[in-house]
Design a protein around this ligand. Sequence first.
Ligand code: XMP
Length: 523
Amino acid sequence: KILILDFGSQVAQLIARRVREAHVYCELHPYDMPIADIRAFAPKAIILSGGPNSVYESEYLADPALFDLGVPVLGICYGMQWMAQSLGGKVDAGHMREFGYAEIRARGHSKLLEGLQDRANDAGHGLLDVWMSHGDKVVALPDGFKVIAETPSCPIAGMADEARHFYGVQFHPEVTHTRRGTEMIHRFVLHIAGAQPSWTMPNYIDEAVKKIRAQVGSEEVILGLSGGVDSSVAAALIHRAIGDQLTCVFVDHGLLRLNEGQMVMDMFAKNLGVKVIQVDASTAFMGKLAGETDPEKKRKIIGAEFVEVFQDESKKLTNARWLAQGTIYPDVIESAGAKTKKAHTIKSHHNVGGLPETLNLKLLEPLRELFKDEVRQLGIELGLPHDMVYRHPFPGPGLGVRILGEVKMEFADLLRRADAIFIEELRNTIDPASGKTWYDLTSQAFAVFLPVKSVGVMGDGRTYDYVVALRAVVTSDFMTAHWAELPYSLLGRVSNRIINEVRGINRVVYDVSGKPPATIEWE
Ligand code: XMP
């Protein structure tokens, strides 16, 4: 396995993704991981991430004893600078920031870059397109190092000590803008470090099943099933490991999508034989939400009521000792990083978190090590249907944040039907250019209920009904997003169908706001 030390990079997760794509297991830890822990982790190699800081700021320094472990080290950007400084080289504050594409020339022979090139210059030297983002730079090599890449403004864009297997690159191989970047990381991990490419889903299932059985023994486990990808895959995996020792609790807060309850019950209870308790709590949720129009208060109410209902149900399962959760690796990294990176609460997210303290149960989180795409692969491997595994995300508070203002069952019912039509049309419409459906081309799409009435005409009569907004976005991380450029013909079809089929809605609009400044959800 590979250890990645995170110096506060925005893209450290991408390094981990690239390593995992080589089928090698890796973990991301903060830069100040104690050397004793690093030794105990026994990495096959270490990768030092980039970071926003300067090596002069002493607080962002790792323990240089890691260079004595006898394992290969790859430093990226700040990681390279810290490596250079720690081993006796020199780093200078750059007077010019370099940001964006750069063309580097590979120099000499190095196991990292040899033979890799996007094109050659007249002299036959390999040239590579890379992504650079830095101010400081290495100006003097430590002993034993040679230059392996240069640009006109950065004469030491890459360095290597091949005897000790230490490599540094000033550019970012983990981002796709560096076209050969994935190959560089795979070379480092597989050829230079000699890691075995044994991290595959079937192997992972075997190991995870063994681990869950060893952890849980003969005790019982409860899991809050939401119908989302993470909790569903966690349920399928745990069920594979311990069968009937798992009981899922599926809380229907009345704010789910059309037929969602039925779909979850069919998939888990009927097809997979998982024990699922379905709790219809819609009346209780609606009661609590009555009269409330403030978005944050609505979120809090839904979150608190969810905990309440879940807790009541789990108390009935007197033998349960474990609470299973679909926590995935980005959640783990985020909460670990939250202490160093300041975050501003735009919306209070509601997840199943916060339950364990009150329930007195031990936590079982079998997806803690997986990225989202790995969770999806795992779901497919465990036999979950493709449509479920590749579903768009759905927020915990459900339609509660898509019905603006006060939530009423009447509104939820209208919205459910409009939303289902939108999703059906997205799934059924193929974009000829890519051959993909518009559902797959968008990252998230849904309808929003606007509690305002407008005048319309239908047949010979006047209507005075509600408005629905359609929202569809394209994003890779949900932190920023573009509104999707859906074809007019598709939007027209969706609008016609909603207005004709959903009595109570006579107007459909399309949301053309990006994030930022808008958010994806309307509340
Ligand atoms: P925003 O609206 O903040 O949404 O741009 C970003 C992503 O987060 C989802 N979202 C939530 N997910 N609980 C969740 O599990 C929540 O409370 C919640 N609020 C927003 C949203 O659907 C989008 O994918």
